[in-house]
Design a protein around this ligand. Structure first.
Ligand code: FMN
Length: 351
């Protein structure tokens, strides 16, 4: 009893509370634009980079920028995933504003370039979007899923948002490709280094830099203290921590009963943004349907060592020459913890 009470106490003390503050503060602002932004920053983004910057203009406008300092030159050389991430943010902003009674008039890429993503004008009066109920519990679930097929009514509920793949052979083909792709990314030094550089090791680092890949919790922190999980070990395919990572990922990728795929006719910035908006709606819909969703982007990455797998992924999932923009594992999984976010102030251009 005493042992489990103190173990629970230890778990609680390892929670990076500061990095999770934005979840608690969401909605607590007097300016409706800041209220909506405080929810929008809970959006998913590639490597949790949170590449957004919001500029408040006048009394009713937001200019949304993509941060030029945040990019993934190795795994996302054409900023495709970052643009999709901006789409996720924009759609969550729209839904949060509507929940609060505001219409958002959105002009995409108002200056023609792709770094000023949107001008958004707020005005009073609109209908809420039922997907808003999923905002606080939405997650990217990076866990093995249960060995059970998706219920028919879940597949039906999700079909308006994405192509839902449940056919056994198709699922098997995507699974094999996603595992091959994961290994290529992990065993290619320049792409692995990009991920390792974004890893935050333990509570202090996560609180200081609340983005990237957060490695926390009592178990991992104990291994860090023992010197078994370090940036160097993560880069070394012969190390125990690298090998453990490989087996954790293999088990997780295998434990997948279904997939969700989002495609667009072409690959323009507008279509990438739209794919992000669709992904966000899908992720809220999975949340409300009680199923877990996990983006897996490795086979869609555009670095040279992935070129062959990328081409096969497009053939496999992109019917009629459509471009596959997002792929996600879909199934029954646990509710995972909230992930870190920078506070709103850190993301306001004119704060
Ligand atoms: C465009 C995009 C690509 C992503 N790719 C991956 C991926 O390949 N693997 C992964 O585990 N998570 C991926 N994610 C999920 C992010 O890691 C996740 O959104 C972020 O860590 C925040 O966590 P949350 O979505 O649970 O709030 C991706 C998210 C987006 C928007």
């Amino acid at each position: 009893m005493a042992a489990s009470a103190s173990a629970a106490g230890f778990v609680a003390t390892r929670t990076p509370r500061k990095a999770l503050e934005p979840w608690r503060l969401a909605g607590g602002y007097s300016d409706p634009r800041q209220r909506a932004l405080s929810y929008a920053l809970l959006a998913p983004s590639a490597h949790n980079l949170q590449p957004w910057i919001a500029e408040l203009i006048g009394v009713d406008r937001i200019r949304l920028h993509r941060d030029p300092a945040l990019n993934l030159p190795e795994t996302d050389p054409f900023d495709r995933q970052l643009t999709i991430s901006m789409g996720c943010f924009l759609e969550l902003l729209r839904i949060a504003a509507a929940q609060d009674g505001y219409t958002t008039q959105i002009t995409l890429f108002p200056e023609g370039g792709d770094m000023i993503v949107a001008d958004i004008v707020f005005s009073e009066g609109t209908e809420p979007d039922p997907l808003a109920d999923g905002i606080m519990t939405r997650r990217s679930c990076k866990e093995p899923f249960e060995d059970r097929a998706l219920a028919g009514e879940v597949v039906e509920a999700l079909q308006p948002y994405a192509k839902i793949v449940t056919d056994k052979e198709e699922v098997q083909n995507i699974k094999a490709l996603s595992w091959e792709a994961w290994q290529i990314e992990a065993r290619t030094p320049h792409t692995m280094k990009e991920s390792v550089d974004l890893m935050r090791f333990g509570k202090a680092e996560i609180n200081a830099t609340p983005d990237g890949i957060d490695l926390g919790g009592p178990f991992l922190e104990a291994l860090m203290l023992a010197g078994q999980i370090t940036p160097e070990a993560q880069m070394n395919p012969e190390s125990m921590s690298f090998k453990t990572g490989v087996s954790i990922y293999e088990e997780m990728l295998q434990a997948t009963p279904a997939y969700a795929v989002i495609t667009t006719p072409g690959n323009s910035r507008l279509e990438q943004l739209d794919a992000g908006r669709q992904w966000l709606r899908l992720n809220l819909a999975t949340t409300l349907a009680g199923v877990a969703l996990h983006p897996i982007s490795q086979c869609l990455q555009e670095f040279p060592e992935m070129a062959d797998v990328y081409a096969r992924a497009q053939d496999l999932m992109g019917a009629d020459g459509e471009v596959v923009q997002m792929l996600g594992r879909l199934g029954y999984g646990p509710q995972t913890p909230q992930t870190p976010r920078w506070p709103l102030d850190a993301k306001l251009k004119n704060a």
